[in-house]
Structure formats: C-alpha cells, structure tokens
Design a protein around this ligand. Structure first.
Ligand SMILES: [Zn+2]
Length: 178
C-alpha cells in the first residue's frame, strides 16, 4: 500500500475563466471537519504547486478560507490558515511582480500596500489579528482578493488586461489544438 505523506489530498487548481474565481466566497460559520480537511488539502496543494498562498475558490470551493506560507513548507512557523480573512488596515505602497496559480504564465507588476493588518479565524476557532509587511502583506492582499472574487490582473491598466486576455486566449487555442 502506498503511504501518504500527510493528511489531505492535492486538489485541482482552477484557472481564469472559471466563474468560481469571480464570485464572492461564502463566510465560514464554524470550523468543522469539512473546513479542517479542506485546509489540509489546500496546504498540500499550495506546497505541491508550489505557491506561497492559496484561496479556497482556486480549488473550486466558494468559501472564505486561505492558506499562506511564505517559506513554502520550509518553516512550520510560516504556515497561516485563516477563515473569513479581512483587511483591517493598509498603509504604504509597494510595487512588485506578481503571479497567480489560477492565471498561469502571467507575471505583472502590481501596486499593493506595504503594510497590512489582517483579521480572521484560525483552525482552532480563535480570532487572529496578524500584522504583515512587504511580501507577506502582498500575499494576504492577493488571497483576500480571491475571497472577494478578484484576480490580480484586475489591478492592471485596461490596455495590459487586454493584452493578457489575448495571450491567455492564444494559450487556450494552442492547448485545444494539441
Ligand atoms: Zn492567486
């Protein structure tokens, strides 16, 4: 029998064009076994991808759950799981190239706040308030955008968005032919 390394499975990541990515996700009312299992599978999926963050809509679950791990599995302390995450405070500005597992092959510079304060519920059901700066702040903003049905490319200029749409369509046509 094959041995599984960790609990939970690796889920399929949905990509741009799937309506689940444009929908505001539902609030989580209690951390039950289903939420716990989804979180475990999201952690596995994020580490496997690999990525520094994942939001439940990206695995086709329209609920307000995010996983964040700036070390991608290197340091247990960096793993954060939050239900119902929201931004309490934002300040400063930083520009950095960003990508998304749901928008494959696209990396663009996005302006985000440099520092944020995030509130959410952890897997023990406790309220958490987290202060984050720089890259971690960016990841929180990106994942909370997903919870609100927004992709990072929506922060770009209409011209850039149009170019990306064309590029993605070309990729899709190519995948279809192959
Ligand atoms: Zn993303």
């Amino acid at each position: 029998m094959e041995e599984e390394e960790k609990e939970g499975t690796i889920l399929e990541i949905v990509t741009i064009g799937n309506p689940v990515l444009n929908r505001k996700a539902d609030k989580i009312h209690n951390i039950d076994q289903g939420v716990y299992d989804l979180a475990q599978s999201m952690i596995n999926t994020m580490h496997d991808a690999p990525g520094v963050g994942l939001a439940a809509p990206q695995v086709n679950q329209s609920v307000q759950l995010i996983t964040v791990d700036i070390s991608i599995g290197e340091n247990d302390k960096d793993l954060i799981v939050l239900a119902n995450p929201e931004l309490l405070h934002m300040e400063g500005e930083a520009v950095l190239e960003e990508g998304c597992l749901s928008v494959p092959g696209i990396n663009e510079k996005v302006t985000r706040p440099f520092r944020v304060v995030v509130k959410g519920i952890d897997l023990d059901g406790n309220e958490k308030v987290i202060e984050a700066e720089d890259l971690l702040a960016r990841i929180f903003c990106h994942e909370i955008d997903h919870i609100n049905g927004k992709l990072f490319i929506e922060h770009l200029s209409p011209l850039k968005k149009n170019l990306i749409r064309k590029k993605l369509q070309k990729q899709k046509d190519k995948d279809f032919r192959e």
